[in-house]
Design a protein around this ligand. Structure first.
Ligand SMILES: Cc1ncc(C[n+]2csc(CCOP(=O)(O)OP(=O)(O)O)c2C)c(N)n1
Ligand SMILES: [Mg+2]
Length: 327
């Protein structure tokens, strides 16, 4: 399939932004500038860029712990404020959740980001409520949840898919199968290493795609959101991919496997090759890269220059309509 060259270039830029965001963030994390835990999505850029390209501000997505890139793109595309995701990760008052959410709890429903949750899979149930509300109101909106292969082991997976089908809810399940949950290979924890096999029994479209090819992921998400917006009920996508880093990564994976994914299946390298084949000059792609790098450094500087949250507001936004006096 061939996508419009402008769209293709924008996707390349978006993937470059995710890669740069994550590597720069990791650099700052190692220096001690970023509090808390950090799971990064390097290697999974094509999935997140494709979702960001098709989800509107009026849709909802529940990101997982590797979705800083998706969160930043949604913020940037719909509000021009991607830097507020960076500031959130730095724990600053200018962050989308006033610096109190961090990596796992940054949310901004105004751009469709309904927030991650440290309890893996819990939002597979929450997404049903959002989708049900829209269906009852007759709104053509998509409620998406991003889940990893490990998260599929939660009971909510089956509860959610079952109810989404019975009630024909507008839910997009975006399953990022990166081959591992912590250090456990997918085939060691699931009856099928292809998660799509576990989803098919619920009787709605379930499609497995190459998660490292941006043209494939873009077309797959397009088909899914078209199906859902047309009122046809839920849709399940499994993106086969691989994460470069993360919890205990590197040491437990065979050298051949690491080499294959990093050298032959790098989504950014593949996108670059595809664009050069289409006639785009390598220098133009380098210019995009340089521009994105400068932008991310500016986001980091913005974060470092931002104030810490005011302790007096520690419990503000925690309870709706109930202010608690901090002691
Ligand atoms: C209910 C629950 N159990 C355990 C954890 C700890 N935990 C955090 S990430 C993770 C692995 C998730 O694997 P996967 O869904 O494949 O995502 P990946 O990290 O590979 O992107 C686990 C077990 C958690 N956050 N919530
Ligand atoms: Mg995984």
């Amino acid at each position: 399939m061939s996508i419009d060259i402008e769209a293709h270039l924008e996707l390349f830029r978006d993937m470059t932004l995710i890669r740069t965001f994550e590597l720069s963030l990791e650099r700052e994390f190692k220096k001690g500038a970023v509090p808390g835990m950090l799971h990064i999505g390097v290697g999974q850029e094509a999935t997140q860029a494709a979702l960001a390209a098709h989800l509107k501000a009026s849709d909802a997505f529940f990101p997982d712990h590797r979705c800083h890139g998706l969160n930043a793109l949604a913020e940037e595309k719909h509000a021009g404020t991607g830097r507020r995701i960076m500031a959130e990760l730095f724990g600053r008052a200018t962050g989308v959740s006033s610096g109190k959410g961090g990596s796992l709890h940054s949310a901004n429903p105004a751009v469709g980001n309904f927030g991650d949750n440290a309890i893996e899979g819990s939002y597979m149930v929450t997404v049903l409520g959002v989708a049900l509300a829209w269906k009852m109101r007759g709104e053509k909106r998509v409620a998406c949840c991003v889940i990893g292969d490990g998260t599929v082991g939660r009971g909510e997976f089956h509860e959610s898919l079952n109810m989404a089908k019975i009630w024909q809810l507008p839910v997009l399940y975006a399953c990022v199968n990166n081959g591992y949950a912590i250090s456990t290979p997918v085939a060691a924890s699931h009856a099928s290493g292809d998660i799509v096999d576990l989803a098919r029994g619920y009787g709605f479209p379930c499609v497995q795609v190459d998660g490292n090819d941006i043209e494939t992921t873009y077309a797959a998400v397009q088909a899914a959101v078209d199906h859902i917006r047309a009122g046809n009920g839920p849709y399940f996508l499994e993106f086969k991919t691989w994460r470069w880093q993360g919890i205990f990564s590197g040491e437990f994976r065979p050298a051949d496997e690491v080499r294959y994914w990093k050298e032959e299946r790098d989504p950014l390298k593949l996108a670059r090759q595809a664009l050069v084949t289409r006639g785009v000059a390598a220098a133009d792609l380098d210019a995009i890269d340089a521009e994105v790098k400068a932008e991310i450094e500016a986001w980091i500087q913005f974060s470092k220059d931002s104030p810490m949250p005011d302790p007096a507001k520690a419990v503000a936004d925690v309870y709706v309509g109930w202010e608690v006096e901090p002691r």
